[in-house]
Structures are given as C-alpha cells and as structure tokens.
Design a protein around this ligand. Structure first.
Ligand SMILES: [Zn+2]
Length: 391
C-alpha cells in the first residue's frame, strides 16, 4: 500500500519531468535538430551494392518556402577522387519530410523526397530516407537514398604517413577492446611495463556505467597509447549502408570531438553477418571497405588469419590473437620466432577477461623481449609504417 502510493507519486513526478522534455526524449529517440545549418550527405544505394555519395561542401539550413542551395561534390567511388564537375545541392523541409535536388550545369541530375527517420542511436544526425530519381550516365534511374545532416564524410583521403625506422627486427602490438571501466587497470599494467597499446573504443559507450570515461581515455592517450575507433555502439551488424556510414563516420567524428585522432577502425566482433563483416579481402573491395579507407588509415577485421606478417608491413597486418590463450612459455617462443623472421605480431584482450596477475605475467614476457632487443612495442598505427634494419 505504502509502496504503491510512493510508486504512484513517483510516476506523477516522472511524467511531469518527462513532459518538459517531450515525447521524443522520453523514448530516447528525439530527432536531432533537422533545421539547423549543417552539411548534408545524400547516400544513394541499390540492391546491387552500388553506392554514390553527394555532399554539400559547407553547412546549409534546409529552406522552408524554397530550397536552400549550396555547392556540392559527388563521389562514385568512395575511396577515389570526386567527380570533376561542380554540383549544386538544394534541400527543402516540409514538416517531417525533406526534398532535395542535385543539379549540374543548371540541369537536375538527381532528386528525392523522404521522411524523417528517428530511432534510438541517431542523436546528432537527422536522417531522411526515400526513393531518388537519377539521370547520370552509368547510374540506375531509381535508387534508395538516405539524407544525413551534420555527419559529412571527409573531403580528403587520410594523408600518407612517413616510414618509422626501428632498431629491432620484430614488432609486437597490443590492443585493448571495448572501452571498459577496467581499462584503468590495463593502463596501470601497461605503464608498469613501459608498454603501449591501441584502445578500440565504441565512441557512444564512453562515459556509460561500467565503461571507460573520457577522463580515462585522456590518461590512456597521455601515456602514449592510441585511441582507435570501434564503431559507435558495438551493436548488431548494420542493416544497410547508411547505418554502416553512421557507425563508421560517426565514430571518427565522435572521437575527434573528444580530441582523439582515430587512425584505425576496428570492426566490432558483433558484426557477424553481411557486408560489414570484413571476413575476406573481397569485402574490402566493396563501398563498405572504400568508406573505411576514406575515413581511416587502416581497418582491423577478420580478412586475414596470418599469425604474423613480414616487416615492413606494406599494407598487411597480422590477426590479433587473444593474449589470454598464451601461457608465458608459448608467448615467449611465438614472439621470439616471429622476431627472428623479422615479423609483426599482435595480441588483444578485453579488460577483465583474465586474472590481472596473469595479464601482468604475459606483459612481463613482452617487456622482457623488448628489453632484450628482439622486438619493438608499437601501436598498430605505428607498426603499419615500421621499417626494421636490413637483415
Ligand atoms: Zn569489440
């Protein structure tokens, strides 16, 4: 009785608080500001796996009475140069719909009208979807489109990086996945052995209960470790290319907003099906792989099962083995043999997946191999450009 009265009171107080926030916030799916000035990205896709992207060159607030028009760029190949032509993209809002048109030299070459999608997880990027009519040579006349505000893909490809000469013949890189609050202990053990790792961070899990905090990420980065991207939510495989775009481009932008340059995209192991499960070199040749190459310097996924690769890596990398499956003797032998062949190996763990003293012992083996001059310990992004001495 008493408990029920308190529950009823709480429900009333909760409802009052909720009404202040509006029904969208109540469901956690409030539509982000769709009328604000922001870059607009039109993703055109079809069932054959084709993807084109048209994107405004600058921010644009959708017009209400007439279309707002800005200069735009069109990519038919997401990891290649843009079309040389200059385009204009117009966007106009009609309630919960968006109309857009793409023009080249005064001629309309694409247009579409679509409804606002709002769902948990799209905070910060209004997204409309519908059907587009296209009149571009070599492009189907009808494609699906997603129009996304405020989440542009980079206009330029990642800049090339300089080679990194190292004194050792082999390289060991380490990876810590998934942004656990326990990463603070992983950091302490790494620091104790003067080792560095790459931390693969699902950007929208930062700050959640049981997860790494932004403050912890700053301490991790400050100790010489790399912060890399591991999608936004580490959820099930993206349902389509636009969902993948939001996870891949969004994670980079989220981490950049926190001050971190995510050079590498680590595919979530939860993407177990479809084109975003990068389990073969063929999948890297798709628009999914191309988008990753546009945003990141490398993709770590499951397309290789090579336990070690020769250095310089020349674009290859080893499969990351889980360090908890190596006892100290096997770990020492594996690293020593790879170093003798001039190769790179990588180990990963999830904080808490093994007793801390066991992880400490394994890291002690790697530190000893480093101290003996067999291997350099580099982050994944640095290992990609490592050049050992000639044999
Ligand atoms: Zn993961």
């Amino acid at each position: 009785m008493h408990a029920a009265a308190i529950a009823a009171l709480s429900a009333g107080a909760l409802l009052a608080a909720c009404l202040d926030r509006g029904p969208g916030d109540l469901l956690g799916n409030s539509a982000p500001d769709r009328s604000g000035r922001q870059p607009w990205t039109i993703i055109l896709s079809d069932d054959a796996g084709r993807v084109l992207i048209a994107q405004t060159d600058s921010a644009l607030a959708p017009g209400e009475d007439s279309a707002a028009v800005g200069r735009a760029t069109l990519w038919r190949t997401l990891d290649g140069p843009a079309e040389p032509d200059s385009f204009a993209l117009g966007v106009q809002a009609h309630g919960r719909r968006l109309e857009w048109s793409l023009r080249r030299a005064g001629q309309t070459v694409g247009s579409g009208s679509g409804a606002l999608l709002a769902y948990p997880g799209d905070e910060g990027a209004p997204r409309y979807a519908g059907l587009a009519a296209i009149t571009l040579a070599g492009v189907p006349p009808a494609m699906r489109f997603d129009a996304i505000g405020g989440l542009p893909m980079p206009a330029d490809m990642p800049a090339p990086v300089a080679p990194l000469p190292i004194a050792a013949r082999g390289v060991v890189s380490l990876r810590v996945d998934d942004c656990s609050a326990w990463d603070s202990t992983s950091l302490r053990l790494l620091e104790r052995h003067h080792l560095v790792a790459s931390f693969a961070v699902p950007s929208r899990l930062v700050g959640r209960p049981g997860r790494c905090s932004r403050d912890l990420l700053e301490r991790i980065a400050g100790a010489g470790n790399a912060i890399d991207a591991h999608s936004r939510y580490h959820d099930a495989a993206p349902a389509g290319f636009a969902d993948f775009y939001i996870e891949a481009v969004g994670a980079s932008r989220d981490l950049r907003a926190m001050g971190f340059d995510a050079a590498v995209f680590v595919q979530p192991g939860s993407w177990t099906v479809g084109p975003a499960l990068f389990d073969s070199p063929a999948k890297l040749a798709t628009p999914y792989g191309a988008l990753i190459r546009r945003v990141y310097r490398a993709l770590e996924a499951y397309q290789t099962d090579a336990a070690s690769v020769p250095l310089p890596a020349a674009g290859r990398w080893p499969y990351a083995g889980e360090i908890r499956y190596f006892d100290r003797e096997r770990l020492a032998a594996f690293v020593r043999d790879a170093a003798a062949r001039g190769e790179w190996v990588e180990f990963l763990w999830h904080s808490g997946d093994q007793p801390w003293d066991a992880l400490d012992g394994r890291l002690a083996v790697i530190a000893a191999m480093r101290d003996s001059g067999y291997v350099a310990n580099l982050t994944f992004r640095d290992a990609l450009r490592a050049v050992p001495p000639a044999p």
